[in-house]
Write a protein that binds this ligand. Structure first.
Ligand code: ADE
Length: 285
């Protein structure tokens, strides 16, 4: 995969490209990066890249000429996508990272700054406009890095153990389960006993329930928004979660045993029958 980044701050990417799994993947030739300094494409002796907004308003807008010159230089592969990073873009998700990893040989990332970039660049030279979340950053560099990492780790060979990609947050449609390591007890807080039991089935079940619990607490939208695209494992886990909730409810409010139930129904007063209890079945005060 070839990544091209167009930015006013090339230094931002210098260290990031050398460290961790990305650094290793670059060394191994699995990923290639080119960082294009937008200033080099600037206009006139001052290499101007921005100007005031038509229609007025505070802040400067990136001019189209330097951006388009940089895009035209950067785009070299047939299966490439030019992506403008902007808070007005479509939300970046794991599903889209997967799609890019599958469909592209090259991703050209255009980092905006100031009040944004001239809309003609987004409309006519970009294939996609991407936002990494509902907040405003000072520029597109951090957002570009989010796109780079999330796509890069899906390229075969970049992450050591491909199994670790399958069952983690978002791939299964829910968040990941909590992880623990040594020591078994830290400042009085113990690792859940089931994880030390060596009983694989119980561990699997515990992890699935914890994953659902975390998702319910932190991202209820993932569970409560039914998505027909949710993978089958999501539906299976939901069924399991419902069973778990039912088991808890059963403990809290045990259903009467059949004999008791019959007794109860025998003695249930007629709705209009006067009774010593209140109308709701509560004892009188
Ligand atoms: N630039 C500024 N904010 C951004 C965001 N949320 N996503 C992508 N690019 C941005």
């Amino acid at each position: 995969m070839q990544f091209d980044v167009i930015t006013l701050f090339p230094a931002f990417f210098e260290t990031a490209l050398q460290v961790g799994l990305i650094g290793k993947a670059v060394e191994a030739g699995l990923l290639r990066f080119r960082v294009h300094d937008l200033r080099q494409f600037g206009i006139g002796p001052h290499r101007q890249v921005d100007d005031v907004a038509y229609g007025g308003g505070a802040g400067m807008v990136l001019r189209p000429e330097p951006l388009v010159a940089a895009i035209e230089q950067a785009r070299t592969e047939a299966r490439s996508r030019v992506v403008v990073l902007s808070p007005q873009g479509r939300l970046w998700t794991q599903a889209r990272a997967r799609q890019y990893a599958r469909e592209c040989d090259q991703i050209v990332l255009v980092c905006g700054r100031y009040e944004g970039i001239d809309e003609r660049v987004t409309a006519y030279w970009a294939d996609d406009e991407v936002s990494v979340g509902d907040y405003v950053l000072m520029g597109g560099e951090v957002a570009a890095w989010v796109v780079i990492e999330s796509v890069a780790r899906l390229i075969p060979g970049v992450v050591g153990n491909p199994e670790s990609l399958t069952f983690e947050s978002f791939e299964a449609g829910i968040l990941d389960y909590p992880q623990y390591t040594r020591p078994a007890v830290f400042r009085g807080y113990a690792v859940p006993a089931v994880l030390r039991s060596g009983h694989h089935e119980s561990i699997e079940r515990w992890r699935r329930l914890q994953a659902l619990r975390k998702t319910f607490r932190n991202r209820p939208d993932l569970i409560l928004t039914p998505r027909w695209t949710s993978p089958p494992v999501w539906w299976a886990w939901m069924a399991e979660w419902m069973e778990w909730v039912e088991a808890i409810l059963e403990k809290m409010y045990p259903a009467p045993r059949s004999e008791e139930a019959e007794d109860a129904s025998d003695h249930r007063p007629d709705r209009n029958e006067p009774t010593s209890e209140g109308p709701s079945g509560c004892p009188p005060r």
